[in-house]
Ligand binder design. Structure first.
Ligand code: SAM
Length: 313
């Protein structure tokens, strides 16, 4: 019952795929196809622009888009608001020389978002180790018209960080498998989360945390990397602040990114008591289902430090 109430207040988020058209064009399209610019939670025909995420529209929770012409043609992506945070926080470069990695890509919502933010320029390598999910990823990327993405059916952990062309990566997005404990509205996450991660043994959180840490440690080995965004759709500190804490303590050449670059308009930050230093929480974002009109989510942003950073105990 309580879960239903939380789902009912989550708008139907629609990300405009700016690789194929503009947000202004999308607003005109929906305005001339039965919707009006007005509060979407008050009327089934209302829609508006999200206040935090550019190119994100909000519709009434009961509106479905699976038969929508724009959805079928890849012009809109059905993606929860919180799941749009990581690409925006990573803020990938827009340049023909850009090299960016999406380490855990399928089904590809964040990959297509990154590609759109890069305006189709440079190179975006998208790793996915699972064969079936990789096929979903390639379908998604072609439907979304992503021009600068190379999808790879390879385990990110097997990539030598010093090898060409990956050694040139300056920005890495890490959205690895997690418990999925923040998900209340499964519509957006059916494909995002692997089935077997939703069940499991008692110690699965610590196993997941060990895997998540291994992925961050690997990302931090890329010689030119400047910025790493680590995200989960979990609400457990074990998979979130604690993993960040461990990553920082093992990698003194990384620190937290300046908070003002981490979606400063979003007020719910990390949990200070769960961090190595309370101020690190300012470089993390959290979403609480039932309170933020989204599913539960966590985002953190690491930056390469000029000098090794000492962790205060
Ligand atoms: N970022 C995706 C999106 O927004 O559409 C969702 C990613 S999902 C939470 C995690 C994905 O990482 C799964 O598809 C999983 O198969 C993949 N994965 C897990 N470990 C991996 C590894 N070592 N290398 C590459 N992919 C991996």
């Amino acid at each position: 019952q309580a879960e239903d109430a939380r789902v009912a207040q989550i708008p139907r988020y629609v990300r405009v795929n700016t690789a194929l058209w503009s947000t202004d064009d999308a607003v005109s399209w929906y305005s001339s196809h039965g919707y009006t610019l007005s509060a979407p939670l008050l009327s089934e025909r209302g829609f508006d622009k999200d206040e935090h995420i550019p190119d994100l529209l909000r519709f009434h929770p009961r509106v479905t888009f699976h038969e929508d012409e724009c959805y079928k043609r890849g012009k809109i992506i059905l993606q929860d608001k919180a799941s749009c945070f990581p690409a925006v926080v990573l803020n990938p470069p827009v340049s023909e020389h850009a090299v960016v990695i999406d380490a855990t890509a399928a089904p590809g919502n964040k990959t297509s978002h990154l590609s759109a933010l890069m305006q189709g320029k440079g190179k975006l390598f998208a790793f996915e180790r699972d064969r079936k999910r990789y096929q979903t990823l390639t379908r998604m990327l072609s439907k979304a018209g992503c021009k600068n993405v190379t999808p790879l059916n390879i385990d990110f952990l097997t990539i030598d960080p010093e090898s060409e062309p990956y050694s040139a990566a300056t920005h890495i997005l890490l959205d690895p498998s997690c418990s999925g404990s923040g998900i209340v509205n499964r519509l957006d996450y059916l494909l995002d989360t692997e089935e077997n991660d939703l069940q499991g043994e008692d110690d699965r959180l610590s196993k997941l945390a060990a895997f998540q840490l291994m992925m961050i440690n690997h990302a931090m080995k890329f010689p030119r990397v400047q910025c790493i965004v680590y995200s989960t759709c979990s609400i457990h500190a074990t998979e979130n602040e604690h993993v960040v804490r461990e990553a920082l303590s093992g990698n003194p050449h990384f620190g937290m990114a300046p908070p003002e670059g981490v979606l400063s308009s979003w007020t719910r930050r990390g949990i200070p008591e769960e961090c190595a230093c309370p101020e690190h929480a300012q470089s993390m974002l959290r979403c609480m289902p039932g309170e933020d009109f989204t599913n539960g989510f966590f985002v953190s942003c690491f930056a390469k430090a000029a000098e090794p950073t000492a962790i205060e105990e």
